[in-house]
Design a protein around this ligand. Structure first.
Ligand code: NAI
Ligand code: UGA
Length: 437
């Protein structure tokens, strides 16, 4: 099939590349000329494991192309995917200007039947709005389908190629049949394509993300309480997670959820509730608790240094909002860096992939280190914000020798508490055997 993807970010580029991988001819459109130029020069503009290989293979096979022209996109694709940003608006709602703006342009360019697929995360009723915007500028036949995306950054290619489910919200048999044909190669192992009405599909996406954010937040609160009563959240997690009704995944406490989606999606669902006169109490609490959790290390650090971090130097390991991505949107590390700089501290950072993005935001306010050990040089403490694999088994002797003080604030519970105490570290993690001084 001929497929066009409008918006070539984390979702659009992965979708386009994976659809090319199953033999479709894909044209990816992006408004960012520089990005299109880089992709046409063979450069993958984001870090996403395994994407490189598929990207180059499909370009070589002439199944994957890039352009900045929406007109070309409309001429090429029988199915047009919208993978456009839906960022948080000032009032917490999802900003639909990218999606509806593109819909209007699409309407003007429409010459024959197309299926317009919304892959962006959007509130209930958006497909209807897209339909309305397009039909207000054209008489040409078209269908709109909601097809929310569930991929995770860092696992995006695997998640797309082997999805646990595909959700299609459609009120057109013709469009549904085309979508099922397109996705058939991805569900050979028997995972379902779940077809439903478009409103339910739109809500499924927000419900899934908000549920996962709630699960993490619940564990963060349990972890905080563990510290009050001297329990160990790792043990509690193991005890809970083995109940198959709860499950082992997404029970890891830390310094709050971040990323381009959970924070904005929880807020958008909360705001949708408000707009309908429904108060999502649980989401309100999730938002509040997560905001506090992102900064939970700050009072601990400040109190360790007797209330004053001025002229102290901190090493930070991990800047991305999670491992295996260069994405720093809503990354907890950025909140911690902000607070430390505001309080007069110096900050030396290392991240395997996210440093260029952080450099664009913080410039020379930070020292960017060539490797994880260089970041420790003469630092008064190490703060761990992202659980990249390379941080899991460091050379503790080298770590201790490079630091001014053997002090670690670990926001991701990477090390064993007793081992660290034996090694002579002051080691503070989240929700584990913290003994009050
Ligand atoms: N990042 C993720 O892991 C996931 C994101 N989503 C949802 O997918 C949507 C897209 O997210 P991301 O891919 O992360 O966004 P992104 O910000 O990485 O990429 C969006 C792309 O759209 C381009 N763009 C903006 N306006 C355009 C226009 N008028 N025409 C053509 N291109 C345009 C931008 O230049 C950018 O390259 C959002 O609604 C998000 O909530 C859903 C599942 C996973
Ligand atoms: O809509 C989206 O954009 C995507 O959002 C999340 O994917 P992603 O944000 O890439 O990453 P996750 O692995 O879900 O992690 C999100 C945040 O939760 C945190 N987290 C995750 C799991 C956990 O146990 N504890 C925890 O603190 C991570 O550190 C990270 O900050 C969802 O997992 C995807 O299904 C969804 O498609």
């Amino acid at each position: 099939m001929n497929i066009s993807i409008i918006g070539t970010g984390y979702v659009g580029l992965v979708t386009g590349t994976c659809l090319a991988e199953t033999g479709n001819n894909v044209l990816c459109i992006d408004i960012d000329e520089n990005k299109v130029k880089r992709m046409n020069n063979g450069e993958v503009p984001i870090y996403e494991p395994h994407l490189d290989l598929l990207f180059h293979r499909n370009i070589k096979a002439s199944r994957l192309h890039f352009s900045k022209s929406l007109k070309e996109g409309l001429e090429h694709g029988d199915i047009i995917f919208l993978a456009l940003p839906t960022p948080e608006d000032e009032d917490g709602s999802a900003d639909l200007s990218y999606v509806l703006g593109a819909a209007q342009e699409i309407g003007k360019l429409l010459k024959n039947y197309k299926v317009i697929v919304d892959k962006s995360t959007v509130p209930v009723g958006t497909s209807e709005k897209v339909r309305h915007v397009i039909s207000s500028v054209t008489d040409v036949e078209f269908d709109v389908v909601s097809n929310p995306e569930f991929l995770r950054e860092g696992f995006a290619v695997d998640d797309f190629l082997k999805p646990e489910r595909i959700v299609i919200g459609s009120n057109s048999d013709k469009a549904t049949a085309l979508m099922e044909k397109l996705y058939k190669p991805f569900v050979r192992s028997g995972n379902p394509i779940i077809v439903m009405d478009e409103k339910s599909a739109e809500l499924t996406k927000y419900a899934a993300n908000s549920f996962l954010a709630t699960k993490i937040t619940f564990m963060n609160e349990i972890a905080n309480f563990c510290e009050k009563v001297g329990a160990d959240v790792d043990k509690v997690r193991a005890g809970m997670g083995t109940d198959s009704r709860i499950g082992k995944r997404f029970l890891f406490p830390g310094i709050g959820y971040g990323g381009s989606c959970f924070p904005k999606d929880v807020k958008a669902l909360y705001k949708s509730g408000k707009d309908e006169g429904y108060e999502f109490d649980i989401l309100n609490a999730v938002i509040r608790v997560n905001d506090l959790q992102k900064k939970i290390l700050i009072p601990r650090i400040t109190s360790y240094f007797n209330g004053d971090v001025r002229n102290k130097t901190f090493a930070i390991w991990g800047l991305a909002f999670k491992p295996e991505t260069d994405d720093i949107r809503e990354a907890p590390a950025l909140y911690i860096i902000d607070e430390l700089l505001k309080n007069g501290a110096k900050v030396q950072v290392f991240d395997p992939e996210a440093m260029p993005n952080v450099k664009r935001q913080f410039g020379d306010q930070l020292i960017f280190s060539a490797n994880m050990y260089a970041a420790l040089k003469s630092a008064d403490a190490l703060i761990i914000c992202t659980e990249w694999s390379i941080f899991r088994t460091p050379d503790f002797e080298r770590l201790k020798n490079n630091l001014n003080n053997p002090v670690i604030f670990d926001g991701r519970n990477l090390y064993d508490v007793e081992d660290m105490e034996k090694e002579g570290f002051y080691y503070r993690s989240i929700g584990r055997n913290f003994k009050k001084a």
